[in-house]
Write a protein that binds this ligand. Structure first.
Ligand code: ADP
Ligand code: MG
Ligand code: MG
Length: 206
């Protein structure tokens, strides 16, 4: 299970992985967008780490991180990631100890938040193409009896595969959609970063 410290460590680990891959994310966004995704998310996650509360239940911690991301991250991805974290936090309520089922419910709520706001479906070449298969893989692992760490690993692996699968897609949402067929042949930067955030989760609970 996960407690408030584990959740804070997840956000810290996500910030580390994004900081290490900032240039890669920015290069991906330079190919099909405006070349700022790495820096947007790096700034947002640094703000999220700075905003982590000292003594709050896991849900409150995620809500605080999400608010910081919304206020500090430019671009489309800030409100989307911020909404995801806030929705996940709300879904957890005041639970002190998150079990595998509760984390699955929170991930699903986060994905729904992203889709409510951004209206993207799978296949539109966005972060949804990493997040949706991750949520599905999480639920499948849970149904197979996996523990929280096993479910998180399944989600991270599915997100990485989902990000790879965006390469041949043509973008239908976000800035990359302005390129039409020229968006084909590049990985979506937001799908790539979603893979990193879920990798950070899996590493934190392993
Ligand atoms: P901007 O495009 O405003 O510069 P970023 O570069 O930070 O913002 O983020 C771009 C990423 O945001 C894309 O790679 C994509 O994954 C994600 N994105 C953009 N629009 C949407 C949307 N409507 N739904 C889901 N994700 C989206
Ligand atoms: Mg951009
Ligand atoms: Mg931008």
């Amino acid at each position: 299970s996960m407690n408030a410290t584990d959740v804070a460590n997840w956000i810290r680990r996500a910030a580390e992985l994004v900081a290490a891959d900032t240039e890669r994310l920015t290069r991906l966004d330079a190919a099909i967008g405006d070349g700022d995704h790495g820096h947007n998310l790096d700034r947002g996650l640094r703000a999220a780490v700075a905003a982590l509360p000292d003594d709050a239940p896991p849900g409150r911690t995620l809500i605080a991180a999400g608010r910081a991301i919304v206020s500090k991250t430019g671009g489309a991805s800030g409100p989307l990631y911020g909404t995801a974290l806030r929705r996940a936090g709300k879904a957890l309520g005041d639970t002190a100890d998150i079990d595998a089922a509760a984390l699955g419910t929170a991930l699903r709520a986060a994905l729904e938040g992203v889709q409510d706001l951004g209206k993207a479906e799978e296949g539109d070449k966005t972060m949804v193409d990493a997040f949706a298969p991750a949520a599905t893989a999480y639920d499948a692992a849970l149904a197979d009896g996996a523990d929280l760490a096993g479910c998180a690993r399944a989600a991270a692996d599915a997100a990485a595969r989902g990000a790879e699968a965006t390469v041949p897609m043509q973008a239908r949402k976000g800035r990359a959609s302005y390129l039409g067929p020229r968006s084909v042949g590049h990985m979506d930067p937001g799908a790539c970063s979603t893979g990193l955030v879920l990798r950070a989760l899996a590493e934190t609970v392993e």
